[in-house]
Design a protein around this ligand. Structure first.
Ligand code: DX5
Ligand code: ZN
Length: 222
């Protein structure tokens, strides 16, 4: 099954509830929230109170992408704010086993995010603890950057690793995702498409969400 997760960072940041309504109206499955700390990435976005406030304005499960150094410090606050899924960066988490267990213990789905340059093979021994892996297809920090196509090969390799491990880990792709690469992403094993600009900059966001889903479903690998 394909899931579409609009990334509100590409929407109207002065109207997050409106951005959530746009995603809901288009039949999105998740709402993606890019948490940036001005340290792990050169940008600052949503603190826990903002996430908690937004949770009161949407029925969509919140997919919280922590682009922060030392995520353990902030984990409890984002879980309490209502995150349904939390991804921490491999590059920022020193004790991944413990961190992933804490996310699950907090009632959320646990994910690991990988920067484009980080090889998927580093996750071979921890897949059992990952509900999902978020593959970054741009360098994290900003919406609207061009898609890095070599990440599709990482998705294929990760899909094979998951299969070999007998794990239930799903693959998410984040950064520069749009109608031109949604099919290739799905063919490579991605089931969660995170899309900022291609949804929120579209003249018809509902149609953009539907087009992403259609292209991905047409090419989805079994
Ligand atoms: C990048 C973020 C992505 C990004 C998505 O740091 O993690 O979620 O904002 O936006 P687009 O789809 O415009 O690349
Ligand atoms: Zn993201």
């Amino acid at each position: 099954m394909i899931e579409i997760a609009p990334s509100v960072i590409a929407g109207d940041l002065a109207d997050l509830a409106g951005a959530a309504r746009i995603a809901e109206a288009g039949g999105a499955d998740l709402l993606h929230l890019d948490v940036m700390d001005g340290h792990f990435v050169p940008n600052l976005t949503f603190g826990p109170p903002v996430v908690a406030a937004l949770a009161r304005h949407t029925r969509l499960p919140l997919d919280v992408h922590l682009m922060v150094s030392d995520p353990d410090r902030l984990l409890a606050a984002y879980l309490e704010a209502g995150a349904a899924r939390v991804a921490v960066h491999w590059e920022a988490a020193g004790h991944l086993d413990r961190t992933l267990a804490a996310i699950r213990a907090g009632g959320a789905r646990a994910g690991v995010a990988l920067n484009p340059a980080t090889p998927v093979e580093l996750l071979a021994d921890i897949l059992h603890a990952c509900d999902f892996v978020l593959l970054m297809s741009v360098n994290p920090g900003f919406a609207g950057q061009p898609f890095l196509p070599y990440v599709l090969d990482k998705a294929r390799r990760l899909r094979d690793l998951v299969h070999t491990a007998g794990a239930a880990t799903t693959l998410a792709l984040d950064g520069g995702v749009g109608p031109g690469n949604a099919g290739a992403a799905a063919a490579a094993g991605v089931t969660t498409l995170i899309a900022g600009s291609s949804v929120y900059q579209a003249s018809d966001p509902s149609a953009a969400i539907a087009a992403l889903r259609r292209r991905a479903e047409e090419e989805a690998s079994s």
